[in-house]
Design a protein around this ligand. Structure first.
Ligand SMILES: C[S@@+](CC[C@H](N)C(=O)[O-])C[C@H]1O[C@@H](n2cnc3c(N)ncnc32)[C@H](O)[C@@H]1O
Length: 358
């Protein structure tokens, strides 16, 4: 057994635990199919929950031979698929706060931290217009609209719960929120349901125009590849940057961390995501690459062509991995690095930072 490969697989089983492949909502029912891993729980005792209650029908331990390539070290990986059905009654409210919450837990069910493994879907009836397939592909790597919706709603709800868990702060309590690298508005569309003070910025002017057209509840601005932005010092008290620093080399990273420091107020909170071990299992990242990241701190794996159609500099947008120790030390030049929480930013890890005064 390769211990590094096993660690990567265990991180996914522990922190992501499960993933939906398809969520289908009709007037009569909602069905969910996907896979669920378990290290210690007997798969027969896993619970499949919708808004905290058990699904009406659960078909579990279905064949999943394809998962052996990803999770060969995890028990029962080859029989980890499931299918669940919840029949809607006239009285049930599937989207109690605008979102349905789906989860897989052990036999004791959900608890205070269970939001971290929950997936959320917004009420389709309340969704604003969607971006085009090209616009979606530029931000999530494929033109998959269901993944775009599921990922966006889930990340925003995870952050909402995280801010509540750690700081007792609802999203609405922040005076001014920056969605840095907002892309096609995957997060801004749900963030703006929770706060009227969301600003999205991106170097992709086409996606910014799309956000402006479809999401009137937030403001959007195209920015240059390098700072400064037009914002005044201390403009924001919450910054979200989902999978932005995973695409910038170290010099560009440092320039933007400096800029984020400038435009945030003292004590502002920042949630910036990085690739962590859970995502590496899904991407089948060779452990040798992560070992190298561990040694160098930050590893630039090469140029990423996804923004070719919208930015001039073919070398700017990259694929970059960070080690936790590097983040804890390097990013501490600007911020108190409070925590790195695995698998809470979709499949990425979220780095929780607080802006220092000096
Ligand atoms: C992987 S996408 C994620 C988009 C969005 N945060 C989401 O999760 O859907 C990365 C985004 O960061 C944007 N980006 C890259 N460098 C940036 C920078 N220096 N400032 C603002 N946006 C940037 C890209 O254009 C792209 O939209």
């Amino acid at each position: 057994m390769n211990i590094h490969f096993a660690d990567i697989q265990l991180a996914t089983a522990r922190h992501l635990r499960w993933m939906p492949d398809a969520v289908v909502v009709t007037d009569e029912e909602i069905t969910v199919s996907g896979w669920a891993l378990s290290i210690w729980d007997d798969p027969a005792r896993q619970r499949f929950l919708i808004n905290g209650a058990d699904f009406d029908q659960v078909d579990r331990s279905l064949p999943s031979p394809d998962l052996l390539d990803f999770f060969g070290h995890i028990p029962n990986a080859a029989t980890s698929r499931f299918f669940c059905r919840h029949r809607r009654t006239g009285r049930d409210e599937l989207f109690p706060d605008g979102f349905v919450r789906l989860n897989v837990t052990g036999p004791f069910g959900e608890h205070r931290l269970s939001y971290r493994t929950a997936w959320y879907l917004a009420d389709p009836a309340r969704e604003p217009a969607m971006p085009s397939p090209d616009q979606i592909e530029r931000v999530i790597g494929s033109a998959n609209l269901p993944s775009f919706r599921l990922g966006g709603a889930t990340i925003v709800k995870h952050y909402e719960h995280l801010l509540h868990e750690r700081f007792d702060r609802p999203i609405a309590s922040f005076r001014s929120i920056l969605d840095w690298g907002c892309g096609a508005g995957r997060l801004s569309r749900y963030l703006s349901l929770l706060s009227p003070a969301v600003t999205g910025i991106d170097i992709d002017a086409d996606n910014i125009a799309c956000c402006r057209d479809s999401l009137p509840g937030a403001r959007f601005l195209a920015v240059d590849l390098m700072p400064p932005t037009p914002f005044a010092d201390c403009s924001f008290d919450l910054v979200i940057g989902l999978s932005v620093l995973t695409h910038l080399d170290e010099a560009v990273q440092d320039a933007w961390l400096e800029e984020l420091w400038r435009i945030t107020q003292p004590e502002a909170l920042l949630l910036l995501s990085v690739q962590g071990l859970p995502q590496m299992a899904l991407y089948r990242t060779p452990p040798a690459l992560y070992l190298e990241t561990h040694e160098t701190g930050i590893l630039d794996v090469g140029a990423n062509a996804q923004l070719q159609a919208v930015i001039d500099d073919a070398e700017y947008y990259r694929n970059v991995m960070h080690s936790p120790d590097y983040i804890m030390t390097r990013w501490a030049r600007w911020f108190d690095v409070l925590d790195i929480i695995p698998g809470t930013a979709g499949t990425q890890d979220v780095v929780l930072l607080r802006r220092r005064a000096d």
